[in-house]
Design a protein around this ligand. Structure first.
Ligand code: DGL
Length: 272
């Protein structure tokens, strides 16, 4: 029980830190407890049952820290287990799908929207269903990009990297041909490829980052429920992972956009 009154954020690994970066910016008075399931990443090519089981274990770990809200900063978990988490968790919950789809619906002009994500996310059609609920006229084009997560986890994020450019071209060329004007980065790893994706898609395509939209949505929920932290002296972040933390700091710094100033603790997630 190291913290009270914190927001619990989890992901299959490091990708959710791109959302934490936005949370620290949008909600500077809040404590964040982050769990990255680095021992079991990736989730995106696993079965629905396994993803659900992992998601509930991750949430159970965060609940042990008395968090006041849980955020699945993971497109895969949000897509596959979001409904169950929302109905079964004893604290407010959000994933990334609803806030991100809502933002895309606001921004598109042509109604042609692209969605990229892990295989599990794309197979669930979570973003497409949500978008077409918001406006049945939307044309939604989906593309799984399974090589993006390993590229990011291995640091291949430079916009000039030839390998990264080739993979992006391979996955995104049909979306580009379809004439989308808005592209949802439906996995929290993808903001790290933002520059390279934007170089390929061109300036006319607006990229929607799930981390930022989710942080703005979480702020709204906490405000509505009178759960915002008014004491601006308390702000720290705690980081937990399920594999050895060796090397976590340097890669985590890339996701957070700044040096890691915090220690990282390893936990046994299988006991939850
Ligand atoms: N960050 C996860 C997501 O947003 C993807 C990584 C994984 O496959 O576990 O979907």
């Amino acid at each position: 029980m190291s913290s009270r009154n914190a927001i619990g954020v989890f992901d299959s690994g490091l990708g959710g830190l791109s959302a934490v970066k936005e949370f620290l910016h949008v909600l500077p008075n809040e404590q964040i407890i982050y769990f990255g399931d680095t021992g079991r990443v990736p989730y995106g090519n696993r079965s629905r049952d396994t993803i659900k089981k992992y998601a509930f274990q991750d949430a159970a770990f965060l609940l042990k820290h008395n968090v006041k809200m849980i955020v699945a900063a993971c497109g895969t978990v949000s897509s596959v287990a979001g409904k169950e988490l929302e109905s079964e968790l004893p604290v407010p919950y959000t994933g990334v799908v609803n806030p991100t789809a809502f933002a895309a619906a606001q921004k598109t002009r042509s109604g042609k929207i692209g969605v990229i994500g892990t295989a599990a996310t794309i197979n669930s059609h979570s973003y497409k269903l949500r978008l077409q609920k918001l406006n049945p006229e939307f044309e939604v084009f989906e593309q799984a990009c399974p090589l993006f997560v390993p590229l990011v986890e291995n640091g291949f994020i430079d916009r000039n990297d030839k390998i990264t450019q080739l993979v992006i071209e391979r996955y995104l060329k049909d979306l580009k041909q379809n004439g989308i004007d808005t592209l949802i980065l439906g996995c929290t790893h993808y903001p790290l490829l933002r520059e390279a994706v934007s170089d390929f898609m061109g300036d006319s395509v607006t990229l929607i980052d799930s981390g930022y939209e989710t942080a703005v949505y979480a702020a709204k929920v906490l405000k509505e429920q009178n759960l915002l932290n008014n004491d601006n002296s308390v702000k720290n972040a705690e980081f937990y992972v399920s594999d050895t933390p060796d090397g976590f700091e340097s890669i985590a710094g890339l996701f957070l956009g700044r040096d890691m100033e915090h220690t990282v603790n390893q936990i046994d997630i299988e006991q939850y």
